[in-house]
Design a protein around this ligand. Structure first.
Ligand SMILES: [Zn+2]
Length: 182
C-alpha cells in the first residue's frame, strides 16, 4: 500500500514540516561573502559526499549541501561549517534540527495514526464503533492525547507517561471493540 494511504496523517505532518524550509530560507535573507551578495537557494543531502566549493575550504566529503547563488548567478555548493560562517546564522543547526524532527515524525508514524484516529472517533458521535472510544477514554485523557498529537505534529517525541497512557487506552479500546462485535 502506498505510504500516503497507510499513514495519511503522518504524510500531512511531514508536508507541514517541509513548509518550514522555504519560510526559513526566506527569513535568512542575503549575506555578504567576498564582496558579493549571496542567498541560500536550497539545501539537500547528497548520497555521495562532495567537496565544499568555498575557496580555501575544500572540506570533503560534505553530505549536507547548501547551494548559494550570487547576484551574477554564480552558484556554489558548500557545507555546514561554511554556510554558518558566511551567513553568520546557525543554518547548519537549523537543518540538523529539521532532520531530527522529520525522523521523529517518521518514527512515531504508527502512534500518530492511532492517536489521531482515537481523537477523531471521540469527536464523532454518530458511528457505533466509536462508542468503544467514548467508553474507554475520559475527556481528560483525550486532552492529553491531543497534546501528545500536537507534540508529534511538530517533530517532538511524546512525553513517555502520555505514551504509556495512550498504549493503555489502545489496549482497552481494542478489547471493548472485540467485546461489542456479535
Ligand atoms: Zn567549506
Amino acid at each position: 500500500m502506498p505510504r500516503e494511504l497507510k499513514h495519511p496523517v503522518t504524510v500531512q505532518f511531514l508536508k507541514d514540516l517541509e513548509q518550514s524550509i522555504p519560510r526559513y530560507i526566506k527569513a535568512i535573507g542575503s549575506f555578504q561573502h567576498e564582496n558579493e551578495t549571496w542567498t541560500l537557494i536550497k539545501h539537500y543531502t547528497a548520497k555521495r559526499g562532495l567537496s565544499c566549493q568555498i575557496v580555501g575550504c575544500g572540506h570533503t566529503p560534505i553530505k549536507d549541501i547548501y547551494v548559494i547563488r550570487d547576484s551574477h548567478g554564480t552558484e556554489l555548493k558548500i557545507g555546514n561549517i561554511c554556510i554558518t560562517k558566511i551567513s553568520n546564522q546557525k543554518i547548519g543547526k537549523w537543518f540538523a534540527d529539521y532532520k531530527r524532527k522529520s525522523q521523529n515524525i517518521r518514527k512515531n508514524r504508527a502512534m500518530i495514526e492511532i492517536v489521531d484516529g482515537i481523537i477523531r472517533s471521540y469527536d464523532c458521535r454518530d458511528i457505533r464503533e466509536h462508542d468503544a472510544v467514548r467508553r474507554c477514554v475520559s475527556w481528560q485523557g483525550i486532552e492529553r492525547l491531543r497534546k501528545m498529537l500536537e507534540r508529534m505534529r511538530i517533530g517532538l517525541n511524546p512525553n513517555p507517561k502520555t505514551e504509556l497512557l495512550a498504549r493503555y487506552y489502545i489496549k482497552r479500546i481494542v478489547q471493548a471493540m472485540k467485546a461489542q462485535t456479535p
